[in-house]
Design a binder for this molecule. Structure first.
Ligand code: SF4
Length: 281
């Protein structure tokens, strides 16, 4: 649930999910439709589907246990290097580290050289705590901007702190942030979406895109599906996607099949199609 989503947003969904589906066995016996229903509003339905598929594989092939080796974990739906390493460290206390941006930065500073992968295996009695502490340390102390060296317990051994010539990190571009809401009308029993050829979204003008309106989050009929981030030159775009099932669509709109894979449909719109398709499964 926490992939691409803030803790604050996840908490009520997580509590409700756990209340309804308290363990792996129950999850593996739950209908996918119910899992997706409980996920409704969190978006990125691929996560829910992968979680559900994984629960079935774990109960059928792994006696309901999470595998304790990297290769087996990587075969599970939705689990990549980062998650596999984090699970092995946190569950099995293995000397592994989930390398995200924060952790890479902390290690790069400690050694005052760019660290892209972990060549050194750290061994402590508490490898899981160590992996978790590194993530927290990067978020709270060795922050990307203005690291808090003055209170850092590592400064006596930190090469970045001690060195005259400090490693330089690439500066982030000064992006202009723009946020858009896209509202998609969907047909209930057919995989179809209402599209128009003209819209006011300047950066994708004249493309077939779902209907766009001003944010109306108070309108309970629109449900949040997910958001996409995209960068175009010096603009950073955040697209919030909402949907509702409706048989009526505004004029100048036509129904299009979500299975349509024409070259005329831009990649971005295809991404939206893919996310929406999960609602019909
Ligand atoms: S001394 Fe500063 S740069 Fe080094 S690890 Fe601590 S916070 Fe990061």
């Amino acid at each position: 649930m926490l992939q691409q989503t803030q803790v604050r947003t996840v908490i009520p969904y997580f509590k409700n999910f756990i209340k309804e589906i308290p363990n792996l066995k129950v999850l593996s016996n739950t209908k996918e439709k119910k899992v997706l229903k409980l996920w409704e509003g969190l978006g990125y339905y691929a996560r829910a589907k992968n979680l559900h598929k994984t629960s079935k594989i774990l109960t059928q092939e792994h006696e309901g246990k999470i595998p304790n080796n990297f290769e087996a974990l990587k075969k599970l739906p939705g689990i990549g290097d980062y998650t596999a390493n984090a699970l092995l460290a946190l569950i099995y206390n293995q000397p592994r580290i989930g390398l995200d941006g924060n952790v890479k930065r902390v290690l790069s500073r400690l050694f005052n050289k760019k660290v892209e992968k972990v060549e050194i295996i750290f061994k402590t009695k508490r490898n899981g705590d160590f992996a978790e502490a590194l993530m927290e340390f990067g978020a709270l102390i060795c922050k990307s901007k203005d690291p808090r060296c003055f209170e850092c317990k590592m400064k006596k051994i930190c090469s970045y702190y001690l060195s005259e010539e400090k490693i330089k990190f690439k500066k982030k571009k000064n992006y202009q942030l723009k946020s858009y809401d896209i509202f998609c009308y969907l047909k209930k029993n057919k995989k179809q979406i209402a599209l128009t050829k003209n819209n006011s979204l300047g950066f994708l003008k004249n493309f077939n895109l779902p209907k766009i309106e001003k944010t109306s989050k108070n309108n309970k009929n629109w449900k949040f599906l997910c958001n996409f981030k995209n960068s175009i030159s010096n603009k950073k775009l955040k697209i919030n996607l909402y949907y509702k099932f409706s048989s009526k669509i505004p004029s100048k709109y036509n129904w299009y099949s979500l299975n349509k894979n024409s070259d005329f449909i831009p990649t971005f719109t295809k991404k939206i199609f893919k996310e929406i398709s999960y609602l019909y499964q």
